[in-house]
Ligand binder design. Structure first.
Ligand SMILES: [Zn+2]
Length: 216
């Protein structure tokens, strides 16, 4: 069983991929983790990735596919994998299908975590955390019991990520929509696309995804 988890930045995709890995035996393959692992392995592709990144360039599709090919062949991927963050473009989806076909594998399901943009913007842009212990808070959904004091450690300094503001989130969402627009029909036409409500509680989303995986 090989699945692609699909959803905008901030929808909780990475968290869901980790949960699925923990209780389905499928291996989470995130592009960032794979790039770091490839570099650390010192393999031929790893060295190529290292050179590209050292020059400050984006790793090209061909290299990512070569890396993915190597990764999928590893024994821990026997049961299958969960792709998180790849493919992002139609060209990548086509290259991925060609790669898998050569291994007599396929993507069995593409799970799209759908979100309400305005609600997601509110969720992300209100986030902040304790500067001392890292406990997470939210302007609307999770305020500290005493204003300005961390529940966990009593700290009074809080951090807010510079890009966790409404404008930045809107830009990230727009970029996601533009990129994914041609990608979703590609999988829909092939009968692979299944939508789950990404705005539900984490446990609920997890349950929905597992149900999807069972029937795919
Ligand atoms: Zn704290």
């Amino acid at each position: 069983m090989n699945i692609v988890l699909f959803g905008p930045p901030g929808c909780g995709k990475g968290t869901q991929a980790k949960r699925l890995q923990a209780n389905t035996g499928l291996v989470q393959l995130s592009t960032g983790d794979m790039l770091r692992a490839a570099i650390a392995s010192g393999s031929e592709i790893g060295n190529r990735v290292k050179d590209i990144m050292a020059e400050g360039k984006l790793v090209d599709d061909e290299t990512v596919i070569a890396m993915l090919s190597e990764r999928i062949d590893a024994p821990d991927c026997d049961k299958g994998f969960i792709l998180d963050g790849f493919p992002r473009t139609l060209a990548q989806a086509e290259a991925l299908d060609a790669l898998l076909k050569g291994k007599e594998l396929e993507i069995n399901a593409v799970v799209e975590m759908t979100v309400n943009d305005e609600a997601l913007i509110e969720r992300i842009s209100g986030r902040y955390s304790c500067g001392n212990c890292g406990a997470g808070y939210h302007d609307t959904f999770k305020k500290p019991e005493t204003e300005g004091v961390c529940d966990e450690c009593g700290g009074k300094d809080f951090d807010r990520r510079a890009d966790d503001n409404a404008d930045s989130v809107r830009i990230r969402l727009d970029a996601y929509r533009n990129q994914s627009a041609p990608l979703l029909p590609y999988y829909r036409e092939r009968g692979k696309l299944i939508a789950v409500n990404g705005m539900a509680e984490m446990d609920e989303v997890e349950k929905e995804i597992k149900a999807v995986i069972k029937t795919a």
